[in-house]
Design a protein. Structure first.
Length: 310
């Protein structure tokens, strides 16, 4: 049997080790193209902004052949702002981070779809991102459920009482008819629409009066938020001739979206109107600090609308 001297075996082993290390080093020097996506939060309240980030990594001297194409409006989401991109280079690998500020006005569980990019001949796709959009959170837990129907005991018919009511009603109707027939007929004009003030001046005067009344501190939060809501309605009717006096919160937001208010401003208005609805219909006990913030936000929104009109 032919024997190889130990000296030559040692040299062969060292040579193989060096070749293997060289191949490993070459493999490490050729990183691939990758695209990762992330959001700074997966749960938001309606109108609240969040950040979507896309990070593309690719080898040096590789050209970008396809940039991220994020539409102005993804299903159930609105693009507020494209932030400044961040580019870094480390060990021959480029990293470009694209960031976008988004929001949503639709409550529910929604998904941001995958986004494609390409570097060189390699096309990569980001993961889709799930976002839960919640209604505006309310402070406190003092809610009043709908009470059950209470049956009352039946009472015998009191004809004397109803006769007196009927006679009184006849006298009142006759008196009102006589007054209407003989008074000078004038076309009635609601006081809030017959003001000599401009729409902006009238709205600011109404907000000042609401603040000075301190209705929330007196336990009259419903009166305060009803006045706040009516101030916005009257301003929109006088300034833009929008028929919103009987519109719901959703209808008002849809009417103002795009043509009158930017998305972030619309989000602030949505927050105020949702709180007003909660106070009026769910007997939500708004705090004094929350009412001050609501009045300040409403004033800012009305001033913004007035600037656009001029």
């Amino acid at each position: 049997m032919f024997l190889i001297p130990r000296f030559y075996l040692t040299r062969l082993f060292c040579f193989a080790l060096i070749c293997g290390a060289g191949q490993f080093s070459v493999a490490q020097d050729k990183p691939g193209v990758s695209l990762t996506s992330s959001v700074d939060r997966n749960r938001i309240v309606i109108g609240e902004p969040f950040i979507l980030s896309l990070e593309l990594r690719f080898p040096e001297k590789t050209s970008l052949t396809k940039l991220p194409e994020l539409p102005d409006s993804i299903a159930h989401f609105d693009l507020l702002e494209e932030l400044k991109k961040d580019t870094t280079v480390s060990s021959g690998v480029y990293s470009i981070k694209y960031s976008y500020r988004l929001t949503s006005f639709d409550s529910g569980h929604w998904v941001i779809p995958s986004i494609n990019m390409a570097a060189g001949k390699k096309v990569v796709t980001s993961d889709s991102m799930a976002i839960d959009v919640l209604m505006v959170p309310l402070e406190g837990n003092s809610y009043n459920d709908i009470k059950d129907i209470i049956e009352v005991e039946s009472t015998p018919f009191d004809w004397k009482k109803w006769a007196a009511i009927a006679i009184t009603a006849i006298i009142l109707i006759a008196g009102i008819g006589y007054f209407l027939k003989n008074r000078k007929k004038t076309k009635p004009v609601p006081g809030e629409f017959d003001s000599k003030l401009s729409p902006l001046e009238q709205a600011l005067q109404s907000l000042k009066k609401l603040r000075e009344e301190n209705a929330v501190e007196k336990g009259e939060a419903k009166k305060f938020y009803s006045g706040l809501y009516d101030t916005m309605r009257i301003y929109l009717v006088r300034q833009y001739s929008l028929p919103v006096m009987s519109s719901t919160t959703g209808d008002i937001l849809i009417s103002l979206k795009g043509d009158y208010l930017a998305t972030d401003e619309l989000a602030r208005l949505a927050e105020v109107l949702r709180i007003a609805d909660a106070v009026k219909f769910a007997r939500y006990p708004s705090s004094a600090d929350e009412s001050i913030r609501s009045a300040d936000q409403m004033e800012t929104i009305i001033r913004t609308l007035n600037t656009q009109k001029s």
